[in-house]
Design a protein around this ligand. Sequence first.
Ligand code: AN7
Length: 343
Amino acid sequence: MTYQGVLRRYGNLLDLPAHTKAVTLLEGDTPLIPMPRLGRELDCELYVKFEGLNPTGSFKDRGMTAAISEAIGRGAETVICASTGNTAASAAAYAARAGLRAIVLIPEGKVAVGKLAGAIAYGAEVIQLQGSFDDALSLVVEITQKTPIALVNSINPFRIEGQKTAAFEICDVLSSAPDWLCLPVGNAGNITSYWAGFRQYQKGLPRILGVQAEGAAPLVLGHPVEKPETVATAIRIGKPARGEQALEAAQESKGKIIAVSDAEILSAQRILAGEGVWVEPASAAGIAGLIAETNQGSSAAKGKKVVAICTGHGLKDPSIVTESFASPRVIPSRYEALIEVIQ
Ligand code: AN7
């Protein structure tokens, strides 16, 4: 049978209400790409699960197909989310597909252009907030408590159900869970989903390395961050909604949650792109964490099977790359000029 999206493929393993009416853009089934060069340097068998290849360019689509399918099935007419960008684009696309009205609340000036463009292109009503993601989240929680508007942030349990499918896919491809799973942590929905997915699937359990950005690392610091700041705007989050569950996942899996600097994140982004996989900055945090651990002398991943989750595509945030380089040079349209500059 041709591929029909994560709800059809794994629906029997997802706790979704009977009224759920599948709305899909054929999300999921993303590749697990071997990274032999970086793996050799880090002395492990390394794979990247490239979630940037989902329909709207991020892992959010796995949870959004579930959340929107449930919302439309119960008769919701409008959905809302707070977002650092990827959730907004995903909610916009799935709402468009379902014929629902979508309202997305984003922190003013802090959303990468590819995400903002996506949300607008798919027809969402985009509202910029003079505040942070955390402020936006508390506003959408309040409005969904007081009105019939449906919340599609990962506080919504059906988002978690949908996102578990990524763990199932990894086990199916590798025949078992990897030894380590590395991933970025922002609002902590994804780490919660992976841990729930691996536990449910019973093909072994990975140790989980959750990685936050230094300027937005509430789970490492042990307290909320009032003014989170990082180049990885996707994870510029100071009060993770599922922070407790993230800490549990790290602890129960015998893993940990660490922080890396913006420089380490951008370096990991370049290293991944140097092996052919261009991801947005936040998505490189998992690999940045793995590199940092190895550089600090940890041998926990030595010789082990490691999967790094690359959550969003590099095209989401092109300016982070173009702005850090000089413009490509311009030459006259002559062979001699070309030969001269490439010699
Ligand atoms: C590329 O879109 O929170 O820990 O509003 O876009 O589940 O929050 C995005 C988060 C990692 C963190 N990588 O995942 C949003 C939003 C990318 C992301 C995360 C996000 P969670």
